[in-house]
Design a protein around this ligand. Structure first.
Ligand code: NDP
Length: 245
């Protein structure tokens, strides 16, 4: 399929994991892809895989200034966006009693404040009929111990998909959210989710395996494409049944 021929898409956190797989899936279907992230080396490596006209921008999300800078950089390059995957995020896992102000602020800055002001800043650059997809998590819906601050940040995104849809519809844009369950990405190593901990988590997934980044990417592309034009303000859960069965 070539659903994104002539389209331009932005993937935040497009240099790793789910974001990289989604950026590559968009590129494979003809899109010009813009990615953001923090790490220069993986940004450059990712850009190499995305075709000659891909753009990689170092942009550390979490502040209004960073959101404005990103939009200004895109405007300077005359970029207009047909789809945005607001994916960059961090996972903070610790007992509720150990979460301090720094961990709270960092999680909400990167996972909520950054996306909120990115969308606000990017709104003038959206083409008619644009689609915004947020990356949530099934942690927004399940009471997993140690996930309180992360889960709350992702629940905020589920809410934003609805309210921002209502506000952006007059501009012809749709906002939806995907909520993945455990997906095998570098995030799991960053969290120390290996060996016994990984096996324990896997045992909670009815399908008996971790999800793949490509499986999330496929759903994001569906929500970004015209074929899903009647899907607005809603959530698609991609979790092997973990939050459902
Ligand atoms: P990765 O750690 O592989 O990717 C995280 C991405 O976010 C990286 O590209 C990283 O860039 C970027 N990022 C993090 N913080 C910032 C920041 N302050 N500014 C800019 N970029 C930033 O993990 P995943 O691919 O697994 O995670 C992607 C998203 O998927 C996250 O929002 C996560 O919460 C969500 N998710 C993941 C699940 C999983 O099981 N893997 C399940 C449910 C949701 P850099 O590498 O340069 O730091």
């Amino acid at each position: 399929m070539n659903r994104f021929e002539g389209k331009t898409v932005l993937v935040t956190g497009g240099n790793s994991g789910i974001g990289l797989a989604t950026a590559q899936a968009f590129a494979a279907e003809g899109a010009r892809v813009v990615i953001t992230g923090r790490d220069e080396a993986s940004l450059a490596a990712a850009r190499e895989t995305l075709g000659a006209n891909a753009i990689a921008i170092r942009n550390v999300t979490g502040t209004v200034a960073a959101a404005r800078e990103l939009a200004q950089r895109l405007a300077d390059e005359h970029v207009r966006l047909d789809a945005v995957f607001v994916n960059a995020g961090i996972a903070t896992f610790a007992p509720f009693t150990d979460i301090d102000e720094k961990a709270w602020d960092e999680t909400f800055a990167i996972n909520v404040k950054g996306p909120y002001f990115q969308i606000q800043s990017l709104a003038p650059l959206l083409n008619q009929g644009a689609s915004i997809v947020l990356n949530g998590s099934i942690n927004a819906h399940i009471g997993m111990p140690m996930s309180s601050v992360y889960a709350a940040s992702k629940a905020a995104l589920v809410s934003l998909a609805k309210t921002l849809s209502a506000e952006l519809l007059p501009r012809g844009a749709r906002v939806n959210v995907v909520s993945p369950g455990p997906i095998a990405t570098p995030l799991h190593e960053k969290l120390g989710l290996v060996d016994d901990a990984a096996a324990q988590l896997q045992s909670q997934i009815p399908l008996g395996r971790f999800g793949k980044s490509s499986e999330v990417a496929a759903t994001v592309l569906h929500l970004a494409a015209q074929e899903s034009g009647f899907i607005v303000g809603t959530e698609i859960v991609i979790d092997g049944g973990m939050s459902q069965l």
